[in-house]
Design a protein around this ligand. Structure first.
Ligand SMILES: Cc1cc2nc3c(=O)[nH]c(=O)nc-3n(C[C@H](O)[C@H](O)[C@H](O)COP(=O)(O)OP(=O)(O)OC[C@H]3O[C@@H](n4cnc5c(N)ncnc54)[C@H](O)[C@@H]3O)c2cc1C
Ligand SMILES: *[C@@H]1O[C@H](CO)[C@@H](O)[C@H](O)[C@H]1NC(C)=O
Ligand SMILES: *[C@@H]1O[C@H](CO)[C@@H](O)[C@H](O)[C@H]1NC(C)=O
Length: 412
């Protein structure tokens, strides 16, 4: 049995804790005092949904909706394309799930820490230490140093500490490629109670409370790279909105903080040429957050010694393809490699090589295609990469295919 320390209790860290707790002694070290997820929704592609279903995610508790219809509209609200994604989902082996991030986080926390008997699994629950800020890691020896000076000795160290990761430079080296840069785009994010929106806009497929659910994306169809995305979450109680605009179109300064406030007027200003369908909803928006979207070049490695990077620490990307959380969950599935054969402290670095062989290639390709999608103007641009990013047979199958000299992921 390994002593595993996971640095960061976000979606990536908690999902990994759930995978590893069945076989190993897992401790999650989380800087925040607890219960801290940001209030907005997140989509999980079928490759990740397959994983969370196997890990015991309760769809009702997570408030997840199965989505299928993705409508592309103009600024004014004319429908350019209505895509039914259910065939692609079916082929990928699971549904497409839309949920509130806080609900998903709560459910992953339960799966990481609930008594094994309740979950019907073996092993011990993962331990979470809240308010534990990690300040140093010896990546080869597996020693983690906390802000209060305490040192912990582990066999496997997982850096799941998000886009501003302190573990990343220790794994990759201090060169400039390690830092996420402003992408030139920012995202306004807000949620509204679905009932109030329905009252204001009337009948709207996005809030019609029927599964599979419908989401809308309004493309600017010009050089501005703007888009407005609406989809429901939390069992249709909440409407989620993401509005992406170039920094040059903002009248406020965008900052690195993911929780900086801005006003309704700032939002209306950036989308002044959008039609009444969008603007009626903007007029209702409250508690709007403005997030600077950052680009991260693919890293040359995710591993060093007995330490591995996952989630946004490994492959931060903008939300254009809804793949950040999905890739984090796929990373967690990769720790199945530590549940297969006899593993001890000495074999950790070799198993991590296999993890890196699959996960880095996969997530890097998705980072690259996410960056390309910043310029999307047409419905075709939106769906260009869906088949690849939704298809993931799991780490063991990927390794088997690589060892047989085949493509890791077969896209037909
Ligand atoms: C606007 C927006 C929309 C998005 N929409 C989607 C979507 O639809 N679908 C999708 O798949 N993805 C989406 N994403 C991306 C997704 O949110 C992230 O990829 C995902 O949350 C990454 O999880 P993580 O656990 O790696 O990082 P985080 O959630 O950032 O968690 C990192 C954790 O580490 C902790 N930590 C940091 N430093 C330390 C330290 N030194 N010691 C201890 N703890 C530490 C932090 O407190 C935090 O809890 C979106 C992102 C944005 C910005
Ligand atoms: C943003 O607004 C919320 C709610 O009004 C408030 O609690 C929070 O402190 C504000 N955050 C910042 C960074 O000003
Ligand atoms: C991602 O893009 C970079 C820069 O264009 C390229 O060097 C790299 O090979 C790409 N990686 C993958 C996995 O496609």
């Amino acid at each position: 049995m390994l002593q595993v320390f996971i640095i960061g209790g976000g979606l990536a860290g908690l999902a990994s804790a759930r995978v590893l707790r069945e076989y190993h002694a897992v401790t999650v070290l989380e800087r925040s005092p607890g219960g801290h997820e940001q209030a907005a929704a997140i989509q999980l592609a079928p490759g990740a949904v397959k994983v969370v279903q196997q890990l015991g995610l309760d769809k009702r508790r997570a408030g997840s909706l199965t989505g299928a219809y993705w409508r592309t509209l103009s600024r004014q609200g004319d429908i350019l394309k209505e895509a039914d994604m259910s065939a692609v989902s079916r082929k990928a082996g699971a549904d497409w799930y839309w949920q509130h991030r806080a609900d998903l986080w709560d459910e992953l926390l339960r799966l990481a820490t609930a008594p094994s008997q309740e979950l019907g699994i073996q092993g011990e629950p993962a331990k979470i230490i809240w308010g534990a800020k990690v300040e140093g890691v010896d990546v080869d020896q597996g020693i983690v140093r906390l802000a209060d000076g305490e040192e912990l000795q582990g066999d496997l160290i997982i850096g799941a500490d998000g886009i501003k990761s302190m573990v990343r430079p220790l794994v990759v080296g201090e060169d400039s490629f390690q830092f996420a840069r402003p992408s030139g785009l920012s995202a306004f994010r807000f949620t509204l109670p679905a009932a109030a929106v329905t009252e204001a806009v009337g009948e709207w497929p996005v809030l019609n409370r029927k599964e599979p659910a419908t989401g809308d994306i309004h493309l600017a169809q010009d050089d501005s790279r703007r888009c407005v995305v609406f989809y429901p979450c939390r069992n249709f109680e909440i409407l989620n909105a993401v509005c992406i605009a170039p920094d040059s179109a903002l009248r406020v300064e965008t900052t690195e903080s993911w929780s900086s406030n801005c006003s309704r007027e700032d939002l209306l200003h950036a989308f002044a040429d959008y039609g009444s369908q969008c603007r009626t909803i903007f007029q209702m928006a409250d508690n709007i957050k403005l997030w600077q979207l950052r680009d991260q070049d693919p890293l040359p490695t995710y591993i060093r010694g007995r330490t591995v990077l996952i989630g946004d620490a490994a492959h931060a990307m903008t939300p254009h393809q809804g793949q950040g959380g999905t890739q984090s969950i796929e990373d967690a599935e990769g720790f199945r490699l530590f549940t297969l054969a006899d593993i001890d402290r000495s074999s950790v670095p070799a198993v991590l090589q296999d993890f890196d062989r699959v996960r880095r290639v996969r997530a890097s390709r998705i980072q690259n295609s996410t960056k390309e999608s910043h310029d999307r103007r047409t419905p075709e641009d939106i769906f260009r990469n869906v088949v690849y990013s939704w298809t993931y047979p799991g780490i063991e199958e990927c390794l088997a295919r690589l060892d047989a000299g085949k493509e890791m992921i077969e896209v037909s």
